[in-house]
Design a protein around this ligand. Structure first.
Ligand code: NAD
Length: 356
């Protein structure tokens, strides 16, 4: 198979971990006799520094010309501490999602058995949990109108959804549920929010076309609690942009760490693959970030965009093997990890490559 892959490392630890996602893809090409041609582009703070634009036209053109995109993270402390900055790294990410029509963000949450001790949740609660989140990605308060009063003392963000936006992601989530355990939980706040009432109505309509799938509607506040209390009760979770953002960070504790979670953003054409974590200022530049979320994002890229299931499985097995051998980056190490098995980004990435 011959494919073009665009790599956008972005900022902070994005630059450190994406390199390993790319190296794993190169190894897969060699091992399974594919040709992957790589190109690289700027986005986020690095793009603002170089061009003044968080998503330069050149990056968008390269993205449109690619078959799939492997992304790292954007963000810089400078903007987090200056909420009034007009040009911001996250504008690049929001714009590329919109431009490429990436409306469905898939976030698989599955714990590798070896990491049962790495989570702050009790092992008996975690064992066997396997959830697939569908987070809507191009609507909600992220894209609704933002306002500030003239005296700057009042602000609002419009939470807005149209029926077609809910319907298209609901169909994707139901299709996935049909291939899994045929259970879908739609999370909203329909007791308070009008946009959630629309969300629920549309999901109820779509549900009628999938009578084999057991549908549950849950309020976001309850879902946040149930996720930690009994994660095994969930199979496919379908939710809006803001709720999905928060719930999946919470769910990262089910997988042991933010550094373990990969995601796929898909729409009608090119797929976009990235760890769920951000640029992590607190550890950027220290060489200790966990590269596994980026490596597992590369596996999702092969499976979803290119249909290369065997190759994707090879990556997941190599990660599993690395964990079985006891290697741990700092975020997934626990008190039982011997000091010589606690490794940095490069050593962890290299162990996965060796196992591959
Ligand atoms: P974050 O995800 O960057 O980090 C949260 C915590 O998890 C930190 O303590 C960090 O050290 C840890 N962590 C994250 N990834 C890790 C990894 N691979 N290995 C080990 N530990 C890891 O979230 P934040 O601190 O809230 O935000 C930092 C910056 O990232 C901000 O500028 C924010 O806007 C941006 N951000 C970007 C994205 C994205 O690009 N998709 C997502 C979230 C946040």
């Amino acid at each position: 198979m011959k494919k073009n892959i665009l790599v956008i490392p972005g900022d902070g630890i994005g630059q450190e971990v994406t390199d390993w996602g790319k190296k794993v893809l190169e190894k897969i090409a060699l091992k399974f006799n594919h040709q992957f041609d790589f190109d690289e582009a700027l986005m986020g703070h690095v793009a603002i520094e170089a061009t003044g634009n968080p998503l330069p036209d050149e990056t968008l053109a390269k993205a449109n010309a690619s078959d799939a995109i492997l992304f790292g993270a954007i963000g810089h402390i400078k903007y987090d501490n200056d909420p009034s900055a007009k040009v911001r790294p996250e504008q690049g990410l929001l714009k590329i999602r919109k431009e490429l029509g990436l409306y469905a963000n898939l976030r698989p949450i599955k714990l590798f058995d070896e990491l049962l001790g790495a989570s702050s949740i009790k092992p008996e609660i975690l064992r066997g949990a396997d959830i697939l989140f569908f987070r809507e990605l191009t609507g909600d308060v992220y894209f609704g109108e933002k306002k500030r009063s003239e005296d700057r003392k009042t602000a609002s963000d419009l939470m807005i959804y149209s029926a077609y936006e809910v319907e298209r992601i609901a169909i994707k989530a139901y299709e996935a549920a049909m291939k899994r355990n045929k259970k879908l939980c739609s999370v909203d706040k329909a007791n308070v929010l009008e946009s959630s009432r629309l969300w629920r109505e549309v999901v109820q309509d779509v549900a009628k076309k999938y009578p084999e799938v057991e549908t549950e509607h849950m309020f976001i506040d309850n879902a946040a609690m149930q996720l930690i209390k009994d994660p095994k009760r969930f199979d496919v979770v379908l939710t809006a942009n803001l709720f999905g953002d928060i719930l999946t960070d919470e769910a990262s504790q089910i997988a042991g760490s933010m550094g373990m979670l990969a995601s796929a953003s898909v729409g009608d054409k090119i797929g976009f693959y990235e760890p769920i974590h951000g640029s992590a200022h607190d550890i950027a530049g220290k060489g200790i970030a966990n590269p596994l979320a980026s490596i597992l994002s590369a596996a999702l890229l092969l499976e979803i965009s290119f249909g290369l299931k065997k190759e994707a499985e090879a990556i997941v097995n190599a990660v599993d093997q690395t964990l079985k051998q006891g290697w741990r980056s700092a975020d997934i190490a626990d008190y039982t990890t011997p000091i010589d098995k606690k490794v940095g980004t490069s050593a962890m990435g290299q162990k996965v490559l060796d196992n591959l």
